[in-house]
Write a protein that binds this ligand. Structure first.
Ligand code: DX5
Ligand code: ZN
Length: 216
């Protein structure tokens, strides 16, 4: 089980310190949310910022692209130093091709589904994916309440992965904290994203440690 703090809720005026604190607390990778103001009603950062952040830590980067036409941008996120690149099922008609393309670039290929998208949509994609991301909030903002139904979808995704591609990671993103991280693990998640729980606390290192305690 790996913990991936989402820096969406971090204070970018002191991002170096924030990354270092999360890393000291035992973070396994950093989750970087790119939003374009079209696929989701919020805007964050592109590959230039990711490349700059790359100089601040050696932990792997997990790019979560909440953008339309992700096929136009994935290469640049790989070049910027992202080990995992995840795009949304809902954002492209070419999901299968894009997963294969990401692998050809040497990246881990991830595909995300929004709360309204059934896990069964991934049935014919799972073998070409290194990561499936089940959203447990509507994408766009940190600090939203966890959608309980995501636990059912995680269990379904776990069954699909076990049957078709056991090496595939299962990530959950949105509303994760000390109150539900254990349940997410129990139904088979392997990468737990936590944004506001980590970076809106006064002690990001302690927050990551407290999550780790729960899933040990
Ligand atoms: C939401 C993002 C998440 C966000 C999670 O669209 O994909 O990664 O940072 O934040 P919390 O953990 O606060 O729900
Ligand atoms: Zn995310």
């Amino acid at each position: 089980m790996r913990i991936a703090p989402s820096i969406l809720s971090a204070d970018f005026a002191k991002i170096g310190e924030q990354l270092a604190a999360a890393e000291a607390g035992g973070a396994d990778l950093f989750h970087l949310d790119t939003m374009d103001g079209r696929f989701v009603p919020n805007i964050t950062w592109g590959p230039k910022i990711v490349a700059d952040l790359r100089k601040l830590t050696r932990l792997p980067f997990d790019a979560h692209l909440m953008i339309v036409e992700p096929e136009r941008y994935v290469d640049r996120f790989v070049e910027a130093g992202c080990q995992y690149v995840t795009f949304h099922y809902e954002s492209t008609p070419n999901a299968h091709r894009l997963l294969q393309h990401l692998r050809s670039l040497g990246a881990k290929a991830g595909i995300a589904i929004n709360p309204q998208t059934p896990v069964s949509m991934l049935q014919d994609l799972v073998e070409d994916a290194d990561l499936i991301l089940v959203m447990s909030v509507n994408p766009g903002f940190g600090g939203q309440a966890f959608i309980e139904r995501a636990l059912v979808k995680l269990a379904e995704a776990r069954a699909l992965i076990d049957e078709r591609n056991p090496a595939c990671e299962l990530e959950v993103d949105g509303g994760i904290g000390a109150g539900n991280i254990e349940r997410a693990c129990e139904v088979g998640a392997t990468i737990l994203v936590a944004g506001s729980f980590v970076f809106e606390s006064n002690d990001p290192a302690g927050a990551v440690r407290s999550l780790r305690e729960r899933i040990r």
